[in-house]
Structure formats: structure tokens, C-alpha cells
Design a protein around this ligand. Structure first.
Ligand code: PMP
Length: 400
């Protein structure tokens, strides 16, 4: 009975938003949540999504079950978005694509499938640090997890040597979770040259790349550029997995739109994989949900809407990059001790400020600015109206 069930620790992010909501200070700032906000701090429903909703509504679709793999015209378009429409792997019919419950569901479906076919004791390697849910997902699927070096707190950048050493020292044929772009929480991505070195070691060690792609197009504003690492690994001949989310780039957070893709070496192997992923997905969700996938399908398969979406991606990533420059410039103007270039060098939704957990506490208690204890801020929480206030607060906590 339930006397054996201990209380689980509170979720750090959810806890933070409860505290933020309860705070009555007028100039309070929420830099915790990983969701896009416009310059007025409001959620932004993409106009192209509104248009797609009208199209879907007017078509008066049925509510029958989707096939286990999901809405095929959506999953196919999603695979082209990741791999490129001229992808050899797609032409060779060796890509398997399943509709999932957003990126989280894609990670879990992949983890569940792989766990059934990898030998007992296989390690899943996660970057240190990583998205907190990775640990939860891969251990829930039954894997043992291990960290690989990733972030260097001294340079506030990538620890490439440490990463390559970790990958070399891990048991051969480990599964390595890689953030395709806009690494969460650090905002630090490898350069194309560095991805090459990572691929070399992965190939030497026969590691399996498991890409988590939650920010395609949202990071740089360019869908192709943000897919570089994935396409490069496919070209290098890896078999691999990709967990894809449309939460951020289409702003479909709560609609839970995503895909799990596997690139196999041959069409025949892909067929086998397809049949086994289907079994796993049947156990988890049986059939994926209709609504969000219909919206994404409508946008991705209309040249006009696709073009409009690309403009939205430029607008969202552009606003975030502008906030990065603004914050860095303000800190430089204030003469805040330290170098703040990492804020503009990092990419995507988040920035690792370098503030320590004590400084984060002061940000919260004295300045009413909320961020996770590791010093991560969501860039989307900044606006032209609050960036100066945030810079002054950072200046204050760094000096004291
Ligand atoms: N992976 C990473 C690295 C993420 O940052 C996120 C979003 N926080 C996800 C996956 C999945 O999010 P969702 O399930 O909302 O698509």
C-alpha cells in the first residue's frame, strides 16, 4: 500500500513558477520558463498557426484513430525538415518516422525501443549538464546513465577535450544523447569542426548517436543551419535516432507535436525497426493525437505557409539574439566585473550566465528576478522593458 511511497522532491522549474506567480512586486521578471514570450512578456501564437487552425476547422475532419505511426503526411514532412528534402537516406527508404507526444514522448519512445534491443548494461551517455528530464526518461526506460563532459565553467564554453575523452573512455557501443542545436541548459553548441571530431570518436567507438532536436529553426532562425549536426552524422554513415519537437519552433507547446525518427543502414533494416517501434508505441500511446499534427501538417505541406513560418522563426530567434546583445551591452556599460561575451556567443532559448546558486538566490529575494539555481536564464523572458533592470540586478549581485 501507499505507506511505502515517499514524497518525491518538487520539480525545480514548476516550483519556480509558483514562487513567481505569488510575488506581488510590479517589476518582477520570470527568466525560468522555457517558452517563447513576445516583447510584452506574452505568449505568441504564431499567425501561421492561426491560419492553419482555420484551414483545419473548415475541412471539418473526422476524429477517427490515426495509424500507430501517426499522420503520415506530417511525419514525412517532419523527416524532410530534419534531413533535408534531398536526403539520400530518405530516397533509400531507410528512415522510420513515428508521431509522438512532443519531444518528451519522442525521447521516451526511442529509449523504450532501444532498451529492448541493446544488450543489458548498455550505458546512455548524457551531457553534463543536460535537460533534467533526460535522466528521468532514460532511467525510466531501464537504462543506466553516465555523464560526459560538456560544459567548461571556467571558459563558459564547450569542453571539447573533456567531451572527447569521456566518449573515448565510455564502453564501446554506448548510446550518446546529443543536443542537435541550442543545447539546454547551457546555450553552448559545438562548431561544425568540433562536430567532426565528435563524429570521429563516436565512429571509432561504435557509439550510437541519439539526437534530441527541440529547437530547429528557433536557434539560428535557419532550419537548415540548425539541422547541420544531424545531417552531417547521417552523411557520415551513422545509424541514429532523432527526437523532434515542434513545441518551440511552432509554438505548439501544449498540443504535444513531435516525431521519433530512426535512420537505418538499409530499407530492410528500417522495416524491422518500424515494426518494433510500432510495438513500443502501441504500449505507450497506441495512437497519437490528431489536432496538433493536423496543424503542423498544414503548415509544413503548404509552400506559402512554410515561407511564412520561416519569417516567424527569424522573428523569434531575432528577438532573442537582440536581447542577448542588449543584455551584454548593458553589463559592459555598467562595468560589471567579468567578461559577458558568452551571453552573445551562446545560442537558443537559454543562457548560462555564470551566476552561482547564492547569487541566484539574491536575484530572486532582493530583485524579484526568477531563474534556475544553476544560473540559467530564459532569454525569451527578457524584453526592451526589463533588460536594463535585469542588467542592474546582475551587476549588483556580482559586485556584492
Ligand atoms: N529536449 C530538450 C533538450 C528540451 O529542452 C525540451 C523542451 N524543454 C524537450 C526535449 C521536449 O519538450 P517537449 O516535450 O515540450 O517537446
Amino acid at each position: 500500500n501507499f505507506t511505502e511511497v515517499p514524497l518525491a522532491p518538487p520539480d525545480a522549474i514548476l516550483n519556480l513558477s509558483t514562487l513567481y506567480k505569488a510575488d506581488t512586486f510590479v517589476r518582477k521578471v520570470d527568466l525560468g520558463v522555457g517558452a517563447y514570450r513576445d516583447n510584452n512578456g506574452k505568449p505568441w501564437v504564431l499567425p501561421v498557426v492561426r491560419k492553419a487552425e482555420t484551414i483545419v476547422f473548415e475541412a471539418q475532419p473526422e476524429h477517427e484513430y490515426l495509424p500507430i505511426g501517426g499522420n503520415k503526411s506530417f511525419t514525412e514532412a517532419a523527416s524532410k525538415l530534419l534531413l533535408g528534402s534531398d536526403s539520400r537516406a530518405l530516397q533509400d527508404n531507410r528512415v522510420v518516422s513515428f508521431q509522438t507526444i512532443s519531444g518528451t514522448g519522442a525521447n521516451f519512445l526511442g529509449a523504450t525501443f532501444l532498451h529492448r534491443f541493446y544488450p543489458k548494461g548498455t550505458k546512455v551517455l548524457l551531457s553534463n549538464p543536460t535537460w533534467a528530464n533526460h535522466k528521468n526518461i532514460f532511467t525510466s526506460a531501464g537504462f543506466e546513465i553516465q555523464d560526459y563532459c560538456y560544459y567548461n565553467p571556467k571558459t563558459l564554453g564547450l569542453d571539447l577535450d573533456g567531451m572527447l575523452t569521456s566518449l573515448r573512455n565510455a564502453p564501446s557501443r554506448s548510446i550518446v544523447v546529443l543536443h542537435a542545436c541550442a543545447h539546454n541548459p547551457t546555450g553552448v553548441d559545438p562548431t561544425p569542426e568540433q562536430w567532426k571530431e565528435i563524429a570521429n570518436v563516436m565512429q571509432e567507438k561504435n557509439h550510437f548517436p541519439f539526437f534530441d532536436c527541440a529547437y530547429q529553426g528557433f536557434a539560428s532562425g535557419d532550419l537548415d543551419r540548425d539541422a547541420f549536426a544531424i545531417r552531417y552524422f547521417v552523411e557520415r554513415g551513422f545509424e541514429l535516432s532523432i527526437a523532434q519537437s515542434f513545441a518551440k519552433n511552432l509554438g505548439l507547446y501544449g498540443e504535444r507535436v513531435g516525431c521519433y525518427h530512426v535512420v537505418a543502414h538499409s530499407a530492410q533494416l528500417a522495416q524491422h525497426v518500424q515494426s518494433q517501434v510500432a510495438r513500443a508505441s502501441r504500449a505507450i500511446i497506441s495512437n497519437p493525437p490528431l489536432y496538433g499534427a493536423r496543424i503542423a501538417d498544414t503548415v509544413l505541406n503548404s509552400p506559402e505557409l512554410l515561407a511564412e513560418w520561416k519569417e516567424h522563426l527569424i522573428a523569434m530567434s531575432g528577438r532573442i539574439m537582440a536581447m542577448r546583445s542588449e543584455l551584454r551591452d548593458q553589463l559592459v556599460q555598467l562595468g560589471t566585473p567579468g567578461n559577458w561575451d558568452h551571453i552573445v556567443n551562446q545560442i537558443g532559448m537559454f543562457s548560462f550566465t555564470g551566476l552561482n546558486s547564492n547569487q541566484v538566490e539574491v536575484m530572486k529575494n532582493k530583485h524579484h528576478i526568477y531563474m534556475t539555481s544553476n544560473g540559467r536564464i530564459s532569454m525569451a523572458g527578457l524584453s526592451t522593458g526589463n533588460v536594463e533592470y535585469v542588467a542592474q540586478a546582475i551587476d549588483d549581485v556580482v559586485r556584492h
